[in-house]
Write a protein that binds this ligand. Structure first.
Ligand SMILES: [Zn+2]
Length: 421
C-alpha cells in the first residue's frame, strides 16, 4: 500500500513538472520577438504614405553613418521570408536621400505581401557586407492603416506602427464591413445636370455608365461604391460635408476612384480625356485611355491644353485659379488655403488622394470640409471626360456604343488591379 501511494505521488509530481515546463516554454515562445535585426544605426523617415495600393516612403541616412562604397540600398520587410525593395538614392554633403519612387502611384505594391508581422529596415549592401538601419519615423503619422483589394472575396488589414524600435507592419485577415475596392463617381446629378448641348446633358449618361461599371466589376468579385444614386430632378449631392461626394468616397477606403463626366467647349474638340493627379506615373491612365478608345471605337481628345500623353491630362492650379482661391478667401475672411501650381485642379481627384494629391479642404471656410484632407492614405483617383457633349460625332458614338465604353473602362481596371477578367 505504501509503495503504491509513493508511486501515485511521484506520478502526480511528474505531471505537475511537465505542465510547468510546457507553461514556461509557451511563455518563452510568446515573448520572443521574431525577426528583429540588431542595429544602432538609424535612417530618418521624412514621409510615409499609401496612394492607391502602393506604399511610398522617403528619408535620409547621415553620410557619416554609411559605408560610402555601398552599391545597393534596399528597404527590407524583415520576416521569415524577407521581402526586399530597391530604393533610389542620391548623395548630398550631409546625407544619403532615399525613396521608393518619386511618383505617387509607383511605390511598393502592398497587396503582394502575405499576412504576418514584418519589421522594416534599410540595408546598405557592399558586396557581401550589409549594414542595417532601423527606421526612425519622424512624420506625424504614427499609425498608417490600409485594407488590401479583394481577391477571391478575401482581403487583409495592414497596420504600420512605430514598434520594435523601427517601423513594424502587422497584416491580418479582415472582415470589416464597408471596405470597398473601387469608387465610381457619377458626375453631377439631380439639380446639377452638368454641361448641356445637342439636346443632352452630362447627367443623361453619367449615372447610367457608372452603374453599369459597378455591375460589371462586381461580377469579377470587386466591391464597388457609387458616390450617389440616380437622383431625382430636385435632389442635390454636395461635394463636401458629412454627406458629400468627397467624404463618401474617402469613407469607402477604396483603392481606385474613377469619376465619369462629359466634356464641353466652344472649339469643336472631340474625343476622350483622362485626368490624373499631379506627379503620378501615367501608365494606368494611358492604358485606360487606350482601352476605351479601342473598345468603344472613339478617339483620343483633340484638345491640347493640359495634355501629357494621348488621352492623358493633368490639370493643376493655374495663376488664374490661384488668384481666385486667394480672393475668395479674402472676401470671406478666412486665411487663404495653401495651394500652388502643383495643386491638382479637379476637386474629386485632389480631395480623395490625401495630402499627396494636394487635398486642402479643412473646415476653415465653414462649409467645404473634407475629413481626410490631411490623410497619408489616399485613393488613386482619375476623372474621365468620356466624350464631348458639344460634339455630335461623340454623342452619336456614345449613344450607339455605351456598353463598349463601359467594357473599355472595366477591362482596364481589371487589368490594373490584376483580378481575373
Ligand atoms: Zn462634368
Amino acid at each position: 500500500m505504501k509503495k503504491k501511494k509513493i508511486l501515485i505521488k511521484k506520478i502526480f509530481i511528474l505531471i505537475i513538472i511537465i505542465i510547468l515546463i510546457m507553461f514556461i516554454f509557451k511563455l518563452i515562445f510568446k515573448k520572443q520577438k521574431p525577426y528583429l535585426l540588431k542595429t544602432e544605426n538609424e535612417a530618418i523617415i521624412d514621409e510615409i504614405y499609401i496612394y492607391g495600393n502602393h506604399l511610398n516612403l522617403n528619408g535620409t541616412i547621415d553620410i557619416d553613418k554609411i559605408d560610402k562604397d555601398f552599391q545597393e540600398l534596399k528597404l527590407i520587410f524583415y520576416a521569415k521570408e524577407p521581402i526586399e525593395i530597391p530604393l533610389t538614392y542620391k548623395e548630398t554633403e550631409e546625407n544619403i536621400y532615399f525613396e521608393i519612387s518619386d511618383k505617387l502611384n509607383n511605390g511598393f505594391l502592398l497587396d503582394s505581401l502575405s499576412t504576418g508581422i514584418y519589421n522594416l529596415y534599410i540595408e546598405a549592401i557592399n558586396g557581401k557586407k550589409i549594414e542595417y538601419y532601423k527606421l526612425n519615423n519622424t512624420t506625424k503619422y504614427d499609425l498608417t492603416e490600409y485594407y488590401s483589394i479583394r481577391k477571391n472575396n478575401k482581403f487583409n488589414y495592414y497596420e504600420f506602427e512605430n514598434k520594435n524600435d523601427t517601423i513594424s507592419l502587422n497584416i491580418t485577415p479582415s472582415n470589416t464591413k464597408e471596405i470597398y475596392d473601387v469608387v465610381i463617381d457619377p458626375g453631377h446629378g439631380g439639380v446639377d445636370k452638368g454641361a448641356c448641348d445637342n439636346n443632352y446633358c452630362e447627367t443623361d449618361f453619367t449615372y447610367l455608365i457608372s452603374s453599369k461599371i459597378k455591375e460589371k466589376l462586381e461580377q469579377h468579385g470587386l466591391k464597388v461604391k457609387l458616390t450617389r444614386g440616380d437622383l431625382s430632378s430636385s435632389e442635390r449631392l454636395p461635394n463636401y460635408g458629412d454627406n458629400g461626394r468627397v467624404n463618401i468616397a474617402n469613407a469607402s477606403r477604396a483603392k481606385y476612384l474613377l469619376a465619369i463626366h462629359l466634356n464641353s467647349n466652344a472649339y469643336n474638340d472631340n474625343g476622350l480625356e483622362i485626368y490624373t493627379a499631379y506627379n503620378v506615373d501615367y501608365t494606368f491612365a494611358s492604358n485606360l485611355a487606350k482601352s476605351i478608345v479601342k473598345t468603344a471605337n472613339t478617339n483620343y481628345s483633340t484638345n491640347n491644353a493640359f495634355k501629357k500623353l494621348d488621352g492623358v491630362y493633368t490639370r493643376t492650379f493655374q495663376n488664374i485659379d490661384l488668384n481666385e482661391a486667394y480672393e475668395t478667401a479674402i472676401a470671406n475672411n478666412y486665411k487663404p488655403y495653401d495651394v500652388s501650381n502643383k495643386t491638382t485642379y479637379y476637386f474629386v481627384i485632389r480631395e480623395t488622394g490625401g495630402y499627396m494629391s494636394g487635398a486642402y479642404k479643412d473646415a476653415r471656410d465653414g462649409t467645404d470640409y473634407n475629413y481626410n484632407y490631411n490623410s497619408n492614405v489616399g485613393i488613386e483617383s482619375y476623372l474621365a471626360e468620356i466624350a464631348y457633349i458639344t460634339s455630335k460625332k461623340d454623342l452619336t458614338n456614345l449613344n450607339n456604343n455605351i456598353d463598349k465604353y463601359v467594357d473599355g473602362i472595366v477591362d482596364a481596371l481589371l487589368n490594373e488591379i490584376g483580378n481575373e477578367k
